[in-house]
Design a protein around this ligand. Sequence first.
Ligand code: ATP
Length: 604
Amino acid sequence: MDMPLRIIAETIDRLELISARTQMVALLTNLFKQTPPEIIDKVVYLIQGVLWPDWKGMPEIGVGEKMLIKAISIACTIPERDVEKTVKEVGDLGRAVEKLKQIAGSKQAGVTLFAFTQQQVALTVVNTYNTLVKIAMTQGEGSKDLKIRLLSGLLKEASAKEAKFIVRFVEGKQRVGIGDATIMDALAATYGGGVTARPIIERAYNLRSDLGEVARILALKGLEELKRVKPEVGVPIRPMLAERLSDPREILAKTGGDAFVEFKYDGERAQIHKKGDKVWIYSRRLENITRQYPDVEEMAATHIKAGEAIVEGEIVAYDPETGELKPFQELMHRKRKHDIHLAIKEYPVRVFLFDLLYLDGEDYTVKPLPQRREALEKIIDKTEDFTIAEYIKTSTPEDLEKFFLEAISEGAEGVMVKALHKDAIYQAGVRGWLWIKYKRDYKSEMADTVDLVVVGAFHGKGRRGGKYGALLMAAYNPDKDVFETVCKVGSGFKDEDLDKLPDMLKPYVRDRKHPRVLAEMEPDVWIEPVFVAEIIGAELTLSPIHTCAKGLLKPDAGISIRFPRFIRWRPDKRPEDATTSQELVEMYNRQLKKITVEQAPEAP
Ligand code: ATP
């Protein structure tokens, strides 16, 4: 079962020109309808711009710009400098290869019938995918030449549009083009009767983190089978996320009275999977981080008393002399590639567990929190370094506030308040009101920091001449699957941050606005939505030049941040994990309420 690559390449080509979500879904649905069910997983991966889900930890394609230019030059039988010249003319490698193939094609059409038929070895999805896999798997000595040979072979047989698709895929430019949400809409429309199927597909994706596999189950076995998908040890589950509030009374009203109030530790979230002696640790963004925490791996193997389990917790650095918890930044030392055994000693960690998602064949994500916690308590053989998060059960704002202050004095960031009622299940991949974070006020500025995505950059002036001086930042709008601008940020950067920016942003610079970015302000260069930064400011305001939640609070105005300041990069967040436009609307409304209350005259 196979199909011509041409069908995908043409779809992607047309997708580039549109930005309306409904049109994108229609085009993808049309593509999926032509796809044999057996190969739907490959088609989904190719559209996502990956060969497999990142968490599998498989090799990347490993072909840089120079190698691509070489492969194109071989495939089009022209010198490399001509390829480079074309890139300069048309702006990027994808368009360059398209143009070069068009020129080669028109020359060939005029030659002999023999030459023409020679060109027609049609590429298919399966043979292209398999060759791309081979390129990725080619490692070690001499791999560079072999990779170039395989790639040039592929490009030689490709049409102009196919070549553009392949080059963009290899460059990794395909990756941010079409959001998972849009792909899921199209899968629902193709296989599962639309609206009713959509949440089932999303749930399965949240539990399996592999859209190709979810599509395959749906296409081959149907929606009923997809409903039966359970967590699987070794396969990361997309984490449940919390909403935020800063008034204990309001928080308890949301959770419906009783709640667990837990320390909110300032560390790295860890989803720990255990099967027999084998342990996997996944990060918040589903990367396999087991290698960074051999100590946690060992603790989990010894202290989780179950054959198979998936638990969740926070890994926190601490000072072995005083026992004090240390901030998240300390864990950066665990990111080093070498001498991890030294880092374990220098930067020891503790694990505070807070949830159980799966236990010996049973899906715990569907059970209410008290049941999950009870089972968690039973399987953890607690030690000082591998234990359960500090918590209380309460229904009064006074106790909540007291515990919050205690948490802060112990080095936590605040508390997590969690609903206990019978519907308080583990909502994988969902940010909802079952969990509410209540954090320390960062001075008396905005109630909380926000995480925004870089979508553009401005050239610097004066001391910053020759570098970038400011960035255009955006929030994520999950309903429309777009990034909406919030502010231009130029302060808070250290000199070394600014020095690193040009190199860091270079691979993602675009001459046109990315189709998933909604902006009215024009930066000097557009940047693909890849990098997430934590930002704070004096307050949220309304602005006519920003597109975040535009028109929602006031006609013709969006939400913006007054005096925004860069705090740090958030490499652990994907662009889709950024603060959402809806969250900013809620923060704005709460800020208004606070101001009105503070300014209200006292009752006589
Ligand atoms: P989010 O994960 O909500 O997008 P974020 O990464 O910016 O936000 P925070 O807003 O600080 O982080 O809060 C959520 C994070 O807090 C969780 O992802 C988890 O890593 C951490 N955390 C610490 N303690 C707990 C706890 N007891 N329960 C749940 N999460 C906790």
